[in-house]
Design a protein around this ligand. Sequence first.
Ligand SMILES: Nc1nc2c(ncn2[C@@H]2O[C@H](COP(=O)(O)OP(=O)(O)OP(=O)(O)O)[C@@H](O)[C@H]2O)c(=O)[nH]1
Ligand SMILES: [Mg+2]
Length: 442
Amino acid sequence: MLNDTIAAVSTSLIAPGAISVIRMSGDETFEILKKIFRSNTDTYEGYRIYHGFIMDGDLKVDEVLVSTFVGPKSYTGEDMAEINCHGGLYVTRKILTLCLKAGCRQAINGEFTKRAFLNGKMDLTQAEAVNDLIMADNRDNARLAVNSLSGSIRRLLMPLMDEVVQIISNIEVNIDYPEYDDVGIITSNEIKPMVADWLIQCDHILSVAESSLIIKEGIKTAIVGKPNVGKSSLLNALLAEDKAIVTDIAGTTRDLVEGDIHLQNVTLHLVDTAGIHETDNTIEKIGIEKSIEAIKQAQLVIVVLDASRDMDEQDRELLDLTANKNRIIVYNKQDLVADKLPLGISAANCEIDQLTDKINEMFASNQVALSQPALTNERQIALMTEARDSMIAVRDSLEEGVPLDLVNEDLENVYRCMREILGQYSKEDLLDEIFSRFCVGK
Ligand SMILES: Nc1nc2c(ncn2[C@@H]2O[C@H](COP(=O)(O)OP(=O)(O)OP(=O)(O)O)[C@@H](O)[C@H]2O)c(=O)[nH]1
Ligand SMILES: [Mg+2]
């Protein structure tokens, strides 16, 4: 039911804080507020802050400030109140309980934002951005989210959607009402250059989206090499912590050791692997199988060679194994040799700037996603990719001389996909799935 009045604690309930916020939304908000809030009025206007006390019968529970919003000009589009109370866990929970007793229903995850979306206060990409912003744990993720929070994805897609829908309707009118002569007959030759232009735009949108996904999700990175070259030392140097065991015994690392590092231009999800070599040792063998799997999974492989030794067969095999991967080859133990090597590092001495500079350089171009509108998640990208596939089908059909009424089906799919990105065409269960990822109270 959309119109029942919901309540939730919108601030964190993990530890006490200075202030907590309990939020209510729905038609009954002010009626319910009246039952638990004592101030110098019991008629509330919107966009005011009221001072008073939350009461449990005659008992004062807390001294609070209540902000009021009148629908449709509120976050959810409904009447809303936000109780700012003291941030003790007991008081916060108590006030929520009083709201529930007075007639609210406990909100489920993301329900406030879902109402905002269903009441037309924001499109689906903006709603997703709300959650992204809450979950953002670094500057770039927050920037990506705040960009789409303002509706930049809608503004990016709308001109394209307008053009597509205009062509669709023109074709339809031509087919269904051939007698209408105030609508011109559109021809394949007129549509062809438009489709070519849409495809260029679509490719650009998808390439920026890929960058934004790299910024958001980070890169799975495997550190590989034969035993004892200094892989674990490199992991520790990158993480600036002694996470993996380092010894001079070949075959020290048996299991995968993981850690995350935020570089200037990219976040790496690092995995240190067991040295790859021939062995009869059962435990080592399992470790090596995991290393090979980690290489397969990795989006970036750092191949570590030992600068103080000549390359051998094992190194060459590893270079073959990683030849098709996005990889960086580094020479570790630079401190043991006189000649400066390209990408020579000394992990044991934490001299790894050459490597981090190289990684930042590799991912520098992704920063474009921070300065322009970007699709920011798999759902949006999958739909845009489907739109692009349908556009290609349209282009090919036009080349083959397929009649326009048949081409129209693919055009309609292009339009549907873009509408679905904005949530203008969504199945109910999809919405439930998206909003269930939210916090309660948002
Ligand atoms: N001189 C020098 N020694 C290093 C450097 N990096 C690592 N070592 C030494 O090389 C040895 C092996 O280092 P690890 O980091 O354990 O090597 P690994 O590649 O993880 O080895 P496995 O886990 O056995 O495959 C240790 O004795 C380290 O101290 C370096 O930059 N310079
Ligand atoms: Mg190791």
